[in-house]
Ligand binder design. Structure first.
Ligand code: 7TS
Length: 412
């Protein structure tokens, strides 16, 4: 991301007070939370929204004439509209609540099982999280479609010239993440979408890692499907969303059958509800949906330009300081990346570094990050991943650098 000087006005001390968990200690040290790519922390306004829901208007939605049910229904549907506005979807019924990114991807993959035939081609990228690989492999097994992979280079970028060669009139679907969870690379999704559309293929973009850092405009992108999880965006777990162009969502069959998703049921034939309810069988995560809307309001109150600029500052600071440690190698060196640093120290297993830095209160993720093909590409078992959010500080990065140096001295 491009650097600007906007961080000067970024009031991180004030922002940190919004997050109660940031004042706790871990192993006797102040918590340094650098596992934001796995899940973000929750600001008090979101916690309050959850408490308020269960304290004051907990009820099932879309079915009761009573006041509580109407209040809950209104709040849930208002959250859908907030999400629509945030992603600039044309219609609110193009926003489907799901339990998260994984659920949203499986919903689309399942829908395409009736639209694909043998030898149709599906393209994924080498940078995907397992949740954007395995559902498509399952779909290929069911339909006889063929999975092709856009390769990556040493910097952790997709090789677009190879993508050009994979595209053909047989390509029906392209799936790519907006930002890689393991390396932080920001993929050129505008170009990927445009090229797929040139051969009439549909595109699903996995925005799980992008949405905490930027504000996607689904109409400007002209993307067919865009998916995200609230828990990486300061919202709660168990809720996420699928954006789909209504033309596509109308074509796809329902994912699950049950209450809420029907128009009329008889034992002879059932007709399905209109969008979005066709894809929302059963009692949804009502409180989660409402809290997701509050999390989006919170992020917008800080502002995505300010977030991107400040996080870029943290990324540059951490990159420079970590690279001063001899033997430390960073994986994912694209100039176009977000605030994720995946690294190893020669001769040390990532798990051992993770364990020692945790003793000093620092939370990082270690392992393959559900992106084994990337680890296979670099021929490593995994990495240590530090992922920064707008509530992190340079002092916390200093603590990480100190802890990694200490781990190195202990382990080598
Ligand atoms: N896609 C990407 C790019 C992700 O990073 C993740 C989760 C998912 C999909 C799945 O999201 P879920 O909310 O349905 O679980 N990524 C990570 C991670 O990097 N560390 O823990 C979870």
């Amino acid at each position: 991301m491009k650097s600007t000087n906007q961080h000067i006005t970024f009031k991180v001390d004030k922002i940190r007070k919004d997050f109660p968990i940031l004042s706790r200690k871990v192993n006797g040290k102040p918590l340094v939370y650098f596992d934001n790519a796995a899940t973000s922390q929750t600001p008090q306004v979101v916690i309050d929204a959850i408490v308020n829901y269960y304290s004051n208007y907990n009820a099932n939605i879309h079915r009761g004439v009573h006041t509580l049910s109407q209040e809950a229904t209104d709040a849930y549907e208002q959250a859908r509209q907030k999400i629509q506005k945030h992603f600039n979807a044309q219609h609110s019924h193009e926003i489907i609540f799901t339990s998260g990114t994984t659920h949203a991807i499986n919903l689309v993959a399942n829908g395409f099982s009736s639209l694909l035939k043998k030898d149709d081609e599906i393209i994924v990228s080498a940078l995907e999280h397992h949740s954007n690989i395995v559902p498509w492999q399952m779909l290929c097994e069911q339909t006889g479609a063929i999975l092709k992979v856009i390769p990556m280079n040493q910097e952790g970028e997709l090789i677009i010239s190879a993508y050009d060669k994979l595209l053909s009139e047989n390509t029906k679907l392209v799936f790519v993440n907006h930002i890689s969870n393991a390396l932080g690379t920001i993929n050129p999704i505008e170009e990927i979408i445009k090229k797929a559309h040139d051969v009439n293929a549909a595109v699903l973009v996995d925005g799980a890692q992008a949405c905490p850092h930027l504000k996607p405009d689904v109409q400007a992108l002209d993307v067919d499907f865009y998916v995200a999880s609230a828990h990486k965006m300061c919202g709660p777990t168990g809720i996420g969303m699928l954006y789909g162009k209504s033309t596509w969502l109308n074509k796809l069959p329902p994912y699950q059958g049950g209450g809420e998703m029907i128009e009329e049921v008889t034992f002879e034939k059932t007709t399905y509800a209109d969008l979005p309810y066709k894809f929302e069988a059963g009692t949804p995560n009502i409180c989660g949906g409402i809290a997701f809307g509050v999390a989006i309001d919170y992020l917008n109150s800080i502002g995505f330009d300010a977030i991107a600029s400040y996080e870029n500052e943290l990324l540059n600071y951490a990159t420079q300081n970590l690279l001063e440690i001899e033997g430390l190698k960073i994986y994912g060196t694209s100039p176009n990346k977000t605030s994720v640093i995946s690294f190893n120290i020669e001769g040390i297993h990532p798990y051992d570094i993770g364990t020692i830095v945790d003793k000093l209160g620092i939370a990082v993720r270690t392992g393959h990050h559900c992106a084994q093909p990337i680890m296979d590409f670099y021929e490593i078992p995994g990495t240590v991943r530090a992922s920064f959010s707008f509530y992190n500080t340079k002092e916390e990065i200093d603590a990480l650098v100190y802890a990694v140096k200490k781990a190195k001295t202990m382990l080598l």
